[in-house]
Design a protein around this ligand. Structure first.
Ligand code: SF4
Length: 368
């Protein structure tokens, strides 16, 4: 058996950690190469033209993994009202048409998530609770660590005196966490890198604007899919805020949702005057995020893959909410050019700075 999976943010670090503790040998795990233009070209070439970007990119990852000899592929599936439910079946068929007879191990992201996680592990190496629980725990510790560091990076980029320092530290952090052998080491490295990021020399003139990023989870979290959106925002002096993260998803979906705790309760409640039901994917939450954070953020960037129905619904509702928070909608597909995205971001950030200056002037004037 040679098992592989599609790339998604830093998930490779977590899967490697769990696999190592399960006893999956290096030869049995095929880590797909980083997502590149080649991955996208492969995905676009073999996908139905109307498929959403996450489908195309993950198909490209799986083809590259099969080219490296993978014969067992892990893929997500769901029972929600969007296309995710079809991903694994359609991709399996496409790969078979291409001559790769890979076995798919699917993970249902809609229900029985903890049970599903253990059954995935059982499919890989047979059941053994004494091995599986610590393996999962170790993987989770790396995931939480990376998200903590990621948050610190998003804040440091906005104020660093020398551009690129935070990114360099982040790169080192990912490699170090990837190599960590046990939970204690992961904790130590987390403290070390968060500390380093917090002590990066600041630009004394920096006055970052706070912008939230929301939308479809894959495009929000996968830097290749969103063309390094957060990094580009950091270069413009933006402090990026984001509710979505893989560690939050895991914490709630695996452990707290089964206890009746809903992480999106307040956000969905905020969306209620404008959208009263789930529209699939993350569409409901996107509307709620605009309303919920309208007093907290200076602006919101809403990202969506082209043809993503849930986010099209959200995008069309956002302009009509009474909460006054400027929103920049960015739609990603294989035709999108990075320079176009940067130009729109620059204009958006200028607008927000202008709004802030006007507000401050008005406040000073009223205070006289
Ligand atoms: S949420 Fe949108 S992009 Fe994601 S699978 Fe569903 S339709 Fe595709």
């Amino acid at each position: 058996m040679r098992v592989s999976f599609p790339n998604f943010s830093n998930i490779h670090v977590v899967i490697k950690a769990v696999a190592r503790k399960l006893g999956v040998s290096e030869g049995e795990l095929v880590v797909p190469p980083p997502t590149t233009q080649k991955t996208l070209d492969l995905g676009v070439k073999y996908s139905p033209v109307e498929a959403c970007l996450p489908f195309k990119l993950t198909l490209g990852n799986l083809i590259e993994a099969c080219e490296m000899g993978a014969d067992t592929l892990i893929q997500a599936r769901g029972t929600g009202i969007c296309r995710l439910g079809y991903y694994a079946k359609v991709q399996e068929q496409i790969l078979s048409d291409l001559g790769y007879n890979a076995r798919f191990l699917t993970y249902d992201v809609s229900r029985n998530k903890l049970v599903g996680m253990f059954s995935l592990m059982r499919n890989l190496k047979g059941a053994n609770w004494f091995r599986d629980i610590p393996a999962l725990h170790f993987g989770m510790s790396k995931l939480f660590s990376l998200d903590r560091i990621d948050k610190a990076v998003r804040h440091t980029r906005a104020v660093e005196g020398e551009r690129g320092v935070a990114n360099q530290i982040y790169k080192e952090a990912i490699a170090s966490i990837d190599g960590a052998e046990n939970g204690r080491e992961v904790k130590r490295l987390t403290r070390k890198y968060v500390g380093r990021l917090n002590s990066v020399a600041r630009d004394p003139r920096a006055r970052p604007v706070r912008i939230g990023v929301t939308g479809e989870i894959y495009v929000v979290l996968e830097p290749f899919a969103n063309m390094d959106l957060e990094m580009e925002m950091g270069k413009l002096g933006v402090q990026v805020e984001r509710t979505l993260s893989l560690s939050r998803w895991v914490k709630y979906s695996l452990f707290l949702n089964p206890l009746g705790i809903d992480e999106w309760k307040d956000v969905r409640k905020a969306a209620m005057p404008y959208l009263k039901r789930d529209v699939g994917g993350d569409g409901w939450e996107s509307v709620g995020e605009k309303v919920f954070h309208s007093r907290e953020y200076d602006g919101l960037v809403h990202v969506a893959p082209f043809t993503c129905m849930p986010e099209i619904v959200a995008e069309n509702i956002m302009p009509s909410t009474k909460e006054d928070l400027p929103v920049l909608s960015l739609v990603f597909d294989e035709q999108m050019g990075k320079q176009g995205m940067i130009t729109r971001l620059e204009a958006f950030v200028d607008l927000l700075k202008f709004r802030r200056r006007s507000r401050e002037k008005h406040e000073n004037f009223s205070g006289c």
